[in-house]
Design a protein around this ligand. Structure first.
Ligand SMILES: [Zn+2]
Length: 582
């Protein structure tokens, strides 16, 4: 034994050395290699590359065509991209897939048409959906029917065999047919929940005429079982597919609002049916009916429930004002023609302070809707206070939309490390919104370049279904072009949204749609750039964005979308769901 021992030690040492030598010269083989590509990595240490290697869904190599060869093994799939552009998968940092999913398969009326046109659209939709037991739609302008509102009798002329419910454009009133009223048992003796606000519109004899206001409309939607977790999941899977077709691989769901009770069931169903072809981070909406303690418990519970799921819900969404077009965004200077209307903030400064401080204490991420300069100012006051109180809190702060902001608050956002989230297509010339604000306010719309220059982190998304451009509004390329030109897509001679200096450079727009979104989601260690160790999420584009005519960027085709190394979209035949894509 004694004589053998040194020999054994030497033998082991040699074996060890040999093994180490093998590993040094030959890398383990990759599952997939994409080569001969124009790769813009969004990784500032190595912005451009030619090839990537993927193993187990992760990026294991980023470099040139020569270097990637060491990753080729017997079973490695290789794809020659023939010089096409490869980018990190896009991240939509603010959309409503669950809320949108509830309606995407329903009838969308052309809001600015006439009652005659709407009836034709309704008839057509009913004919196209003969097997749907109850029909759902939205989008008519209630004022088009005069003070009496729309009637069941009118709807009966086009659909009488099954119930139909149609929301007005603001989702405040519902138009139903006689069949629906029968099923809901709405008669002359049915009491109004709150007369003059939540009530059944009636004729001179007191008979309900078929127009349901506020709570009565919501009750009808619930009782007719028009929206279920199943129907939302179907719609949500349509939206996810459209997102994939635009190169999106991750998204933030900025609350399900009225459909929050369906949130988990919808998500679980998508996972079960293998429709979750996107990385999904969601949020819990803080509405006035919840106490702060209830909200915190709900978010903690959501975070626990989704901890080991392929989707995560752990952020709070707060709505702090409305919109400029609705004259409800909180602004410092009153709206034009309404000297006393400075919009609304949903919460008082005191309430915002309490809320944001309490959430900071719990390290919960916060996403605040604030469009107007006053709403942003008050939100930042609350964040400043919370940061003083809990300087070590891990809470991430995002203000979404950021339509109108002061110089002082741009500097404050940078100082406080608050992310500015926005939808670049809204930065096209705002012919409609112009009438509501002063020229000075108009010149401070969507100040992306000032925000960037000040050092504010930017993230971009669609706000679907409220894009203002239908499903096309989900396209990052469409948004990138407009964020860069501040004109309508493709419209070289069209009006430019002031201030022209707020045009944002392409690299920053791409950053906002990739790494910027990842930072907002706190996922920058795993997504957002093409770097070794991150997830293999990519989009392959027909043309190099940086070499395209800027007015043609929206026309660049997405050829392929890859999520964790697996192709989730390929532009062989551009197939889309069969509802009208706007
Ligand atoms: Zn939104």
């Amino acid at each position: 034994m004694i004589t053998i021992r040194p020999f054994l030690l030497i033998a082991l040492a040699i074996t060890g050395l040999l093994t180490a030598g093998c590993e040094g010269t030959q890398a383990p083989s990759a599952d997939l290699i994409l080569h001969n590509a124009n790769i813009y990595t969004v990784d500032e240490t190595k912005p451009w590359a030619e090839a990537v290697a993927i193993k187990n869904g992760d990026i294991v190599y980023v470099g040139n065509n020569e270097g990637v060869k060491q990753w080729v093994g017997e079973y490695t799939q290789q794809q020659n991209l023939n010089g096409k552009m490869l980018l990190p998968g896009f991240i939509d940092s603010h959309a409503h897939v669950v809320m949108g999913g509830a309606y995407v398969r329903s009838l969308s009326l052309d809001t600015y048409a006439t009652p005659e046109v709407w009836l034709k659209q309704i008839k057509h939709f009913a004919e196209q959906n003969p097997d749907v037991p109850h029909l759902l739609g939205y989008g008519f302008l209630s004022s088009a029917f005069g003070p009496e509102g729309p009637s069941a009798k009118m709807l009966d002329t086009v659909v009488s065999d099954r119930p139909i419910f149609i929301w007005d454009e603001g989702f405040h009133g519902g138009w139903v047919n006689t069949k629906a009223m029968q099923l809901l048992n709405i008669t002359s003796t049915t009491p109004d929940p709150a007369s003059g606000f939540s009530y059944y519109k009636r004729d001179s004899d007191g008979n309900p005429s078929g127009y349901l206001l506020e709570v009565t409309a919501n009750m009808a939607v619930a009782e007719l079982n028009l929206i279920t977790s199943e129907s939302i999941a179907l719609g949500a899977s349509d939206i996810i597919k459209i997102m994939n077709s635009y190169g999106i691989t991750s998204m933030f769901d900025a609350s399900a609002h009225a459909f929050e009770k369906h949130l988990f069931a919808t998500m679980d169903q998508l996972v079960e049916q293998q429709q979750m072809t996107i990385r999904f981070a969601g949020s819990i909406f803080f509405d006035a009916e919840k106490t702060l303690t209830e909200l915190i418990n709900e978010v903690k519970q959501a975070a626990r429930y989704t901890k080991n799921k392929p989707y995560k819900i752990a952020t709070v969404k707060i709505m702090n004002d409305g919109t400029v077009e609705g004259k409800t965004a909180g602004v410092f200077e009153a709206y034009q023609g309404e000297p006393h209307n400075k919009g609304e903030t949903v919460f008082s400064q005191q309430q915002m302070n309490t809320m944001i401080t309490a959430l900071s204490k719990e390290n919960i991420d916060i996403h605040v809707h604030a469009l107007g300069d006053r709403a942003i100012y008050e939100t930042l006051n609350a964040i400043e206070l919370a940061k003083q109180k809990y300087p070590d809190s891990k809470t991430g702060f995002t203000i979404c939309h950021v339509q109108l902001i002061t110089d002082e608050d741009i500097a404050r956002m940078a100082k406080l490390g608050v992310i500015a989230q926005s939808t670049p297509l809204w930065a096209s010339y705002d012919e409609y919104g112009k009438a509501f604000v002063s020229a000075e306010q108009f010149s401070r719309f969507f100040r992306y370049n000032s925000l960037k220059t000040a050092g504010v982190a930017l993230s971009f998304g669609s706000d679907y279904p409220s894009t203002g451009a239908g499903t096309l509004g989900m396209s990052p390329l469409f948004n990138i072009e407009i964020g860069h030109t501040r004109q309508n897509a493709g419209d070289k001679t069209g009006a430019i949204q002031p201030n022209k200096n707020e045009r944002l450079d392409l690299a920053s727009l791409i950053h906002g749609y990739t790494l910027g979104g990842a930072i907002q989601l706190k996922m920058q260690d795993s997504i957002g750039s093409i770097s070794v160790g991150k997830k293999a999420d990519f989009v392959v584009l027909d043309k190099n964005l940086f070499e395209s005519d800027i007015y043609n960027i929206h026309k660049i085709k997405v050829l392929q979308t890859i999520l964790g190394g697996a192709t989730v979209y390929q532009n062989i035949e551009r197939s889309r769901p069969d509802y009208p894509v706007q």
